[in-house]
Unconditional design. Structure first.
Ligand code: CTP
Ligand code: CA
Ligand code: CA
Length: 569
């Protein structure tokens, strides 16, 4: 879809962490306030500044003591600390509240129009959301709202200093059959929706926010920042080239980091307008074709990145800096911090699982050292039957990934550690995957029996192989049979809870006994004729998996699932 046909909005909470704190101490509203992390060093590092405090020149990144000098009456809220780590739950919970209001409002609006899936909502950060309102607006008749309603929502226009009032006049006095005017009216209609949504957010959470209303993500994000706080800004396509004359390349979404700096240095330019003057061939000389095309589009106000339907975060993460002397130089310290970070993360993962019915499949461990810079490792999370493994197991998997051998002293100390659980999977899908895994496992068990039979018929000539006893040879896996039996004969459904409990125990015991016997047999050396070649990689693999399954109480879970019908073998 051509860019100006889309209507894309960014909602961003104003000085979010400060508002979260002010809501809890309402006498602090309208007073200069900041949120600072770490109490004991120069008044703590400031991570959020409200607009009253910004008026004194206080900025994020300053130390609390320094800010107090600029504004003696400044109130400093402290981020709570747990085990030496900032506890940010309060802000995350407040964020979930805001997103709930946004979701409910969208649902309500769609319901009133008797239509579904008109709005795409993408959670962009803890306090930001993109909305694609194209379908919603196009489902309504093209109509100008009352100017007064819009000004009540503190709506601003970004277009050569033109007032919203003057802009409105031209629509009222001219016919609106030209496409550009129609697009502008669509933006105005979207502003009504956004104003009402912001009002809902305020009424239900007490939080104020700002919004940008334009045609793509880059422009709406830019527009949102133009009149903060508590305002919404319309940015029509026609206003882009003049606006870009005063927009620093680094202030544009995705150009804030290395890439933006690189562009400024290479072409010796500063603004987006200057970037639009760099011709395509010159861009191509310095960047690959795709990047050059993308930069050229951005410089002309075009950005075709879609708003994706994502109401949840892509990952759940936490981290900790260890500056100067605090840097971790012993493996045992790293172990302790991995456990501590994971404790926090695991609680959040469990909460997220309950609330959003999803499970993370991958843990990304990041660390920073002076010698290696930023590094990360990915560790799969072994989710079985819709649940996470115990935190201790994840922690030991992480440690194994980080250190291949025990290290007392780490030569290149770790200055930052972070963990992020990601690659989420629907719990139902996770259960289905696990079921498939179990079935595959049983197929292997069947094969192991088959291998045993073959070996019985054609005993190996070599006597040097270590051998193990195999379970009684049957045409079908005995474990699979007993599970089927348990499943079929399960008397659970019609019994009371107490009875359920005792029956489960009886069945678990039967199965456990079998499994223990199997494990004993598979690990003891005997001279029995029924032998399996222990060195056979296939057998070793099965043994490994078997032990893993036993380890994780896999079978007691299978039993539960057979009983409640989620698992069918
Ligand atoms: N935040 C942070 N560290 C950063 C960036 C942001 O802890 N490097 C937190 C801030 O405390 C902030 C929240 O994330 O309150 C949202 O960040 P952002 O939207 O960038 O700033 P706000 O404080 O909300 O201020 P603004 O009104 O400018 O959006
Ligand atoms: Ca914000
Ligand atoms: Ca933000």
């Amino acid at each position: 879809m051509a860019d100006r046909n889309r209507i894309v909005v960014l909602i961003d909470m104003d000085c979010f962490y400060v508002q979260c704190e002010q809501r809890l101490e309402s006498d602090k509203w309208l007073k200069p306030c900041v949120v600072a992390q770490y109490n004991n060093w120069q008044g703590g590092g400031i991570i959020a500044v409200n607009y009253e405090a910004r008026a004194y020149g206080i900025k994020r990144g300053m130390m609390g003591d320094q800010a107090k000098k600029l504004c003696p009456e400044l109130h400093i809220f402290r981020v709570p600390d747990e085990n030496g780590k900032a506890k940010l739950d309060k802000y995350r919970d407040a964020s979930a509240e805001v997103f709930q209001v946004i979701s409910d409002f969208i649902e309500e609006q769609e319901k009133s129009m008797d239509l579904n899936n008109l709005v795409i909502l993408e959670r962009a950060s803890v306090d930001e959301a993109f909305l694609d309102l194209t379908k919603l607006i196009d489902a309504k008749p093209l109509m100008l709202p009352e100017l007064e309603d819009l000004t009540n929502f503190n709506t601003k226009l970004e277009f050569n200093n033109q007032s919203l009032n003057d802009w409105f006049d031209q629509f009222e006095h001219h016919n609106i059959d030209n496409r550009q005017q129609q697009d502008n009216i669509r933006l105005i209609m979207a502003s009504m929706f956004v104003g009402q949504l912001r009002q809902q957010i305020f009424e239900q959470t007490e939080f104020k926010c700002s919004a940008g209303i334009s045609h793509n993500k880059m422009l709406s994000k830019l527009a949102c920042g133009l009149n903060k706080p508590n305002a919404q800004t319309i940015l029509p396509m026609i206003a882009v080239s003049s606006l870009f004359k005063r927009i620093d390349i680094g202030d544009v979404r995705l150009l804030g980091g290395k890439l933006g700096n690189q562009i400024k240095t290479i072409f010796n330019i500063q603004t987006m307008y200057q970037l639009s003057q760099v011709n395509r061939f010159t861009l191509n000389e310095k960047f690959d074709n795709k990047t050059a095309e993308w930069l050229n589009d951005l410089a002309n106000g075009l950005d075709n990145e879609p708003v994706s339907d994502r109401r949840l975060t892509k990952s759940i993460g936490c981290g900790k800096n260890f500056r100067g002397k605090m840097a971790l130089c012993k493996q045992s310290d790293v172990n302790q911090w991995i456990n501590s970070l994971l404790k926090e993360l695991y609680e959040r993962m469990m909460k997220d699982k309950e609330m959003n019915q999803r499970l993370a499949r991958l843990m990304i461990v990041g660390y920073y050292t002076a010698g290696k810079g930023h590094c990360h490792r990915s560790i799969p999370i072994d989710i079985t039957l819709g649940d996470y493994p115990p935190a201790e197991r994840i922690a030991s998997d992480i440690m194994r990934q980080l250190f291949s051998k025990p290290l007392i002293i780490i030569q290149d100390p770790i200055q930052n550690l972070s963990l992020a659980a990601t690659k989420f999977l629907d719990t139902t899908k996770a259960i289905m995957d696990s079921t498939a895994k179990i079935e595959k496992f049983f197929q292997k068990i069947d094969r192991i029996t088959f291998i045993g039979q073959q070996q019985q018929q054609q005993p190996k000539s070599s006597k040097n192989h270590s051998t193990i006893n195999q379970p009684p040879i049957q045409s079908k896996s005995p474990i699979k049979k007993s599970i089927q039996m348990v499943g079929k004969k399960s008397p659970m459904k019609n019994k009371s809870n107490n009875n359920n409990k005792s029956s489960t125990t009886v069945q678990s015991n039967t199965l456990d006994r079998y499994l223990q016997q199997y494990q004993r047999q598979s690990t003891s050396k005997t001279n029995n004729d029924d032998k399996i070649d222990l060195n056979d990689p296939h057998v070793r693999q099965i043994n490994r998996e078997m032990n893993q399954l036993l380890d994780s109480f896999f079978f007691s879970k299978i039993l539960c699932m057979l009983e409640n019908g989620t698992l069918k073998i």
